[in-house]
Design a protein. Sequence first.
Length: 455
Amino acid sequence: MLFDTRRYSFLNTQYMKSKIRIGCGAGFSGDRVEPAVVLAQKGELDYLVLECLAERTIALAQKRKMQDASKGYDPLLERRIESLLPIIASNKIRLITNMGAANPIVAAQLICQIAQRLHVVVRVAAITGDDVFSQLTGEELVYETGRPIKESGRLISANAYLGIDALLPALATDADIIITGRVADPSLFVAPLVYEFGWSSHAYEKIGQATLIGHLLECAGQLTGGYFADPGKKDVPDLANLGHPFADVSADGTAVFSKVEGTGGSLNLATVKEQLLYEVMDPSQYLTPDVIADFTGVYLQQIGTNQIKAWGAGGQDKPSTLKVSVGYEAGFVGEGEISYAGSNALERAQLAGKIIEQRLRGSFSDLRIDYIGSTSVHRKTFGVYTAPYEIRLRVAGKATTADQAALIGQEVEALYTNGPAGGGGARKYVQEVIGINSTFISREMVSPFVTLVNS
């Protein structure tokens, strides 16, 4: 069954709820599976969201789909669904996820196959329409540089950030699982709030508040202290069993954030404030497909252990354009690493670096040499300097071909016997680079669709 989401307006006006609980079980593609299972088992959720898609992730997924039309969904989809499906079916939790990546319909079909194997009846709604590659001319301007996107390199993908307009029709189908491609991260959380509370899609103040909720939840363990932790300065307990967050949201948009009792981590004013500002360039104008949100009036209150109340976000009319993440072929990176340990380790590593630079200088315009263990990140010393006892030399460079990129690893490996003394543990890599640019297109150019698949 196929719905053109532009032709329908789906709002849940008959069974509006006064409060719903929504949790985030994943904050990126490689996130742990266990926190989502704990949320589903013990969180008493209405909705579970798995946010697994980033700019580079979608481009890589498109690359996999180009090589095999049956691929292009999230690599951990099967593992996550197999672990979660019996639990969410038993506990009547609706799952929303962007694990469809470049191939939501095939992902939905795979979910139904897993459901049949597990003897679970499931209805899946797959949202497509974010792939706008065929609609680009190449003359669109890159947001970051102002240059035409065709100048970046061979384009391989272009995915528009869909919003709640694409998700609401899927929610109205009563599907147990909604799987999407490129949808703006907060929208995965905003849509169920709009649907369950019967808000108008033009209620921008409430949608601004819902966007705050989605923004705080979307990175999962970051809100409960994962990215916050800094031993001795910002201690977070039991990180090995970090719990992911959920929010109890009232019909007015007020939210209380918490985590499952007994899980690790910490949810306090400091962890929430860090996440509030994460990736927000202008808190007064946080642009999403659903609203231009305003976070400058947000209030946060600690109301209990691992419980934060949040309210006060606002919003205004949504932008007239949609952001598009454009992937392009950016050549290859060659890398080589080798370690030096013991007395004079840094000096030997630096001599090795000079040898490599002398031999490769004419072949690579972009060559980087790092001495890992000695100011390799900041490139300078802060505080008292102590001579390191062990150093790992890393050499990396960009090339137009894989063969050229491989020269770097070959030269580093040759240091074994060609000096200096004591090198060991050499490794070499060649990796294709997928670059990412951003541009904008008119909303009218994007046509979301909902496809239903039953197990």
